[in-house]
Design a protein around this ligand. Structure first.
Ligand SMILES: Cc1cc2nc3c(=O)[nH]c(=O)nc-3n(C[C@H](O)[C@H](O)[C@H](O)COP(=O)(O)OP(=O)(O)OC[C@H]3O[C@@H](n4cnc5c(N)ncnc54)[C@H](O)[C@@H]3O)c2cc1C
Length: 254
């Protein structure tokens, strides 16, 4: 076991969510460590289309659209259809109220957007798209995190949460075949992406019909879900993946 390293916040995963969380913590003066199992940051974020739905954006204002988080909140329900009863209105509120600032921060980091594009049924165009593709997010976020002094360690796979007296106090990660312990005085953020490449989790939480669908990102193995389950968490709404928005993997070119 290598020497134990202690800091304020540990983030598991250097995708869009993890890098943004790291930046937010670093901007209020916390010492932050990001552990990423892959050799490069980005995860599924690198494979997204890259659209970001936001109200109150400078681009909306520039073309005379007056839009608010409250209108965005109402319109989001129009997308849900039969899944509306699964929605979490508190989380929806957190999203609509914070996404305008998120968009502005991304602009400040140098991310460029075109749009807003119409996205019916919402009442006004809200879809902001990132050229040339979604890799722009991880690129800009990684650069900003490094500027802020965030310690980002690639090829570090978090295997366990350290749990003491009812509280997560750190993580154990594997790198170069050895185990490393990291202590977080303030908190551990799990941002390890989805479980689309974990057949067992898909079978349990999303249903057997989905198991045959291949994963777009083979490293999306639900590690963070498992870490949380190991300390008593529960997974809810896993079956929503089996809705009509399922995406298919292109065949391998030989
Ligand atoms: C084809 C497609 C198109 C999409 N288009 C859009 C879109 O236009 N707009 C939109 O908002 N969303 C879109 N999405 C959804 C969006 O991509 C995801 O919701 C988002 O990228 C998730 O980000 P994340 O940071 O949570 O996860 P990820 O980006 O997957 O990042 C998780 C990171 O954690 C790392 N990790 C996992 N386990 C460990 C571990 N044990 N130790 C250390 N690191 C670990 C992974 O390697 C990865 O880098 C799309 C998704 C797909 C598949």
């Amino acid at each position: 076991m290598a020497a134990v390293i202690a800091l304020d916040v540990i983030v598991v995963g250097a995708g869009g969510s993890g890098l943004f969380a790291a930046i937010e913590a670093a901007e209020i003066g916390r010492r932050v460590l990001v552990l990423e199992k892959n050799p490069a940051p980005g995860g599924t974020t690198n494979w997204a289309i890259g659209s970001l739905s936001s109200s109150a954006s400078p681009m909306q204002t520039a073309i005379g659209i007056h839009d608010t988080p409250a209108a965005h909140f109402e319109d989001m329900a129009l997308f849900h259809g039969a899944l509306l009863s699964h929605d979490n209105p508190d989380l929806r509120k957190v999203f609509v109220e914070n996404v305008p600032d998120t968009l502005k921060k991304l602009l400040d980091m140098g991310v460029v957007f075109f749009g807003p594009m119409p996205e019916p049924p919402p009442r006004v165009p809200r879809m902001h798209n990132v050229p040339p593709n979604s890799r722009a997010y991880a690129h800009a976020l990684y650069r900003r995190a490094r500027e802020l002094g965030v310690d980002i360690r690639l090829k570090h796979r978090v295997r366990h949460l350290l749990y003491e007296r009812g509280r997560v106090v750190g993580v154990e990660a594997e790198a170069d075949g050895s185990q490393h312990r990291f202590i977080a005085h303030r908190g551990v953020v799990l941002a390890g992406g989805d479980f689309s490449a974990n057949r067992e989790m898909k079978s349990i939480y999303a249903g057997k019909a989905i198991v045959q669908a291949g994963a777009l990102v083979e490293t999306s193995t639900g590690d963070a879900h498992q870490l949380a389950l190991d300390v008593g968490a529960e997974i809810v709404d896993g079956e929503i993946v089996s809705g009509p928005q399922l995406r298919f993997v292109p065949p391998k070119v030989t």
